[in-house]
Design a protein around this ligand. Sequence first.
Ligand SMILES: NC(=O)C1=CN([C@@H]2O[C@H](COP(=O)(O)OP(=O)(O)OC[C@H]3O[C@@H](n4cnc5c(N)ncnc54)[C@H](OP(=O)(O)O)[C@@H]3O)[C@@H](O)[C@H]2O)[C@H](O)CC1
Ligand SMILES: [K+]
Length: 244
Amino acid sequence: MTALKVVSSKFASEIDQELMGSKVGFTLQQLMELAGFSVAQTIQREYPLEQNKNKNEVLIIVGPGNNGGDGLVCARHLKLFGYNPIVYYPIRSKRTPFYGQLVNQLEFFQVPILTEEQSTKWVDYLKPEKTLCIVDAIFGFSFKPPIREPFGSIVAEMHKVEDKIPIVAVDIPTGWDVDEGPVAEPHTTPRVLVSLTVPKPCSKFIKPERTAHYVGGRFIPNHFAEKYGFEPFPYQGTDQVLKL
Ligand SMILES: NC(=O)C1=CN([C@@H]2O[C@H](COP(=O)(O)OP(=O)(O)OC[C@H]3O[C@@H](n4cnc5c(N)ncnc54)[C@H](OP(=O)(O)O)[C@@H]3O)[C@@H](O)[C@H]2O)[C@H](O)CC1
Ligand SMILES: [K+]
């Protein structure tokens, strides 16, 4: 690929607002479903079950905003793909009833959800012999450092194991400044980054030898991409993700 196409955090949130505004009329639910589905598809590409016969557990760490919602959707799709997802959701947002509905769906799919009360139990899944990968769905493009608790401690624990258990970051590696990258502590260094709609400036700081970079969230027409100053991504066939 030639020069990476990115949009700033300001444009990323403008894109979201326009897609969900009265003129275009997407709902958050629609976009989140495709975003979470694309993260699950990336995991299936990078860590196929056929090549990991003895391990199928995926720990999904869910934050309080829409990045977390993407993680909840991803967990459901992973279950359908044959993985064994476990969700750690320490702070349950009440911003919209939709998050509660996503939780109900996970219960329906018999996906275990660890809560704040089980906060010591989640580290049991930071064991390389047990966990295939960790999904970082903690914060996305609305994160403003410095990180507050309990997420500071959670990210510090993830950082300790990141060379042994691969981290798959949803949209933004948690702890990274959306525009400036890994400038604050603690932060994680993912093995896989799934940028949603279009990469944000922080993705320029990933090292290709360390981190595979995908774009997902295939929900905009070409003319809309061009309006925001980036070329549409050449997704293949019915794929929801494209490796950059
Ligand atoms: N079009 C798309 O690409 C879509 C992307 N989606 C995903 O949505 C996120 C952005 O979601 P948003 O809800 O705007 O924000 P975040 O999930 O990043 O985080 C907001 C919550 O985080 C809290 N926060 C912020 N900074 C901190 C901090 N330093 N410490 C602790 N907590 C923090 C914030 O709390 P406040 O009290 O500050 O409000 C929020 O609770 C995007 O990245 C994609 O992943 C959607 O799925 C739609 C389609
Ligand atoms: K994230």
